[in-house]
Ligand binder design. Structure first.
Ligand code: SF4
Ligand code: SF4
Length: 228
């Protein structure tokens, strides 16, 4: 861990470069959780307290917002260190919720962390669209296409909406409709969440990204819109 910290410090990794000023901790949303904050975490890593920091759940509470880097006078990359720390934990011992969601997304081409298939998604989208076209005549021509070849924008969607709150998909459809945007979902890669990223699973993260971008490219879409 000490070597990793050295890589994250500018100019050859002099650990004295951390001024222990605490600016990183002052604006960090994870400060105080698990009795930890970014300054303390960095100091523990720099002091070689690997066992203690590997046991801590705090690295899983870092949002990767990078606010600490912005605040740090030495621009020390603490989120990179928390990401690396996550990778040191055996895969099956990582937080169950994130692990289960990442594993589920890797099992289907929809990439849905909730296990919703492409067929389920298509059914819900068509059903909700029809309902709104009928109930709100001003939107009778609104579209929510899936696999529209050559659409300008490829859009993804957090699978929580089609699975638990399907009506929540429509505000964006309405905006795109009123703005005259040419867009499409993909039958593959429509799910926008990426829990493998939070799991620090680089291979899973890459698989998810390649699958969804691959679908956008195969449809000839020019712009990829990630709603997450
Ligand atoms: S803001 Fe930077 S220099 Fe200050 S304590 Fe945090 S890591 Fe060290
Ligand atoms: S990146 Fe992590 S450590 Fe840095 S401010 Fe955000 S939550 Fe805190």
């Amino acid at each position: 861990m000490k070597d990793k910290v050295a890589e994250l410090l500018p100019e050859g990794g002099n650990l004295n470069l951390c001024l222990t000023c605490g600016l990183c901790s002052s604006g960090c949303p994870a400060t105080g959780l698990e009795g930890m904050d970014p300054r303390k975490f960095l100091r523990m890593a720099a002091l070689g307290m690997d066992e203690e920091i590997l046991k801590s759940d705090w690295p899983w509470m870092c949002t990767m917002c990078q606010r600490c880097i912005y605040a740090c006078p030495m621009k020390i990359n603490i989120p990179q260190l928390t990401f690396y720390t996550r990778q040191q934990r055996p895969r099956d011992e990582r937080p169950k919720g994130i692990l289960g969601s990442c594993n589920m997304a890797l099992q289907n081409d929809s990439l849905s962390a909730m296990g919703a298939s492409s067929e389920d998604f298509q059914f819900v989208v068509e059903d909700v669209l029809e309902e709104y076209q009928e109930a709100q005549p001003e939107f009778k021509d609104m579209e929510a296409p899936i696999d529209k070849q050559g659409a300008e924008f490829f859009l993804n969607q957090n699978s929580r909406e089609p699975v638990t709150e399907p009506d929540e998909m429509t505000p964006l459809w309405k905006i795109l409709h009123l703005a005259g945007v040419d867009w499409t979902y993909g039958s593959k890669g429509w799910a926008g969440e990426n829990y493998c990223l939070f799991m620090a699973d680089d291979q899973g993260w890459e698989h998810i990204t390649r699958t969804t971008i691959g679908q956008a490219e195969s449809l000839g879409c020019k712009t990829y819109l990630n709603t997450e």
